[in-house]
Design a protein around this ligand. Sequence first.
Ligand code: UD1
Length: 434
Amino acid sequence: MDSIRILGGKPLHGEIVIGGAKNAALPLMAAALLTDRPLTLTNMPELADIGTMANLLRQHGVRIDRSDFGAGSNIAEAGPTGRTMTLTADKITSITAPYDLVRRMRASVLVLGPLVARMGEAKVSLPGGCAIGTRPVDLHLKALEALGAKIEVQSGYIHATAPGGLKGANIVFPKVTVGGTENLLMAATLAKGDTVLENAAREPEISNLAECLNAMGADIGGIGTGTLRIKGVSSLRAARVPVIADRIETGTYAIAAAITRGKVKLTGTRYDLLDSVFAAMRQAGVIVEPGDNSVTVSAETGELVGVDVMTEPYPGFPTDMQAQWMALMATASGASMITETIFENRFMHVPELTRFGAEVNVHGSSAIVRGRKKLSGAPVMATDLRASVSLILAGLAAEGETLVNRVYHLDRGYERLEEKLGACGAHVERITGG
Ligand code: UD1
């Protein structure tokens, strides 16, 4: 298994190109199942999770063609990553999403809504628990039932049937769910009649999906709000849609600049995708300057102060930035309280961060971080995706050598991380195998 070796303590300086958002690309790829016409996605990231979704979709009969024009190739249509993917689901050859593919990635459950809407039937392996909590899909299933699907869970599979097609309904989500909103949005586009999704998630990735569906001929209103109104249509058409910038990758590299007390320009991204994180960074003393499709982050003056944050659904502080924020706070003066409200078991990075000398105490869903002037490099073990990157960030700030073991999680969500950090002066190398 690969590990990453870091020689820390060096301020980062330079420019980093941000890729397309993994969490936008995955539902957009699943949306291709809704039509027999091609869907072309531009600004695609190249990540392990994208490969997993591509394998799953191929297995359902989707043809996938990729083009790589090269990052920064200036082919405006291919987006900053220079990569496009065309998915054509002219024939669905299987309505089953097998255990072996679903267990690798929870987002596989996003094929459920589109398959049952188009084919009247879908069988999807239940995504199991995962490192950051139990993460059930009960809300997806209840909402699909409200659209008239019959759902049975048997032998580890969700079996959804709607032989006469789905029918529009009013759905109020009891809790904000990103994946649930996406699954229902896709299913409702092909339902008969009107659907209203209330207490819908408002993440930018949801808007990206809704705009993609509209470009394919769907009729979705209320985009960007907590109430989505969908008028069902009988079929969808071809479209070409850009994947939005990855706000979590943006925030992660913004923190890399701040935690090393350097200055980095992040390009191919937007300030407004990450207001809550940038606001907290400014409060901590980081200089954040929005530009034209870019954001420049600097903390060269050194001293940062502790700032409390609480994770919340968008536009609140994202749970996917909580671990990275904790690493930054471990280097700020004073205390900060970090409260996690989305997932119940998302502090697994804490024992690893303390190996750098960070002082963190967890009380239920809150952690108190008391910052230190200096962290020191240490051997650590990566757990989930965002926890892994928080260890890389701590390693960049720490004096001496850090070895982050078991980094395969990183490849699920960060493209060419060593190269991007290395171009800004970081000493980061991947050690293959071992
Ligand atoms: C998505 C993101 C993930 C992010 C999360 C929250 C993708 C591929 N993943 O995950 O990176 O951390 O949003 O911003 O986009 N819940 C239920 N029942 C359900 C569904 C969810 O109880 O049927 C709970 C979950 O356990 C969790 C909360 O609702 O406590 C939010 O989960 P949800 O928004 O659905 O997260 P994901 O879509 O899985």
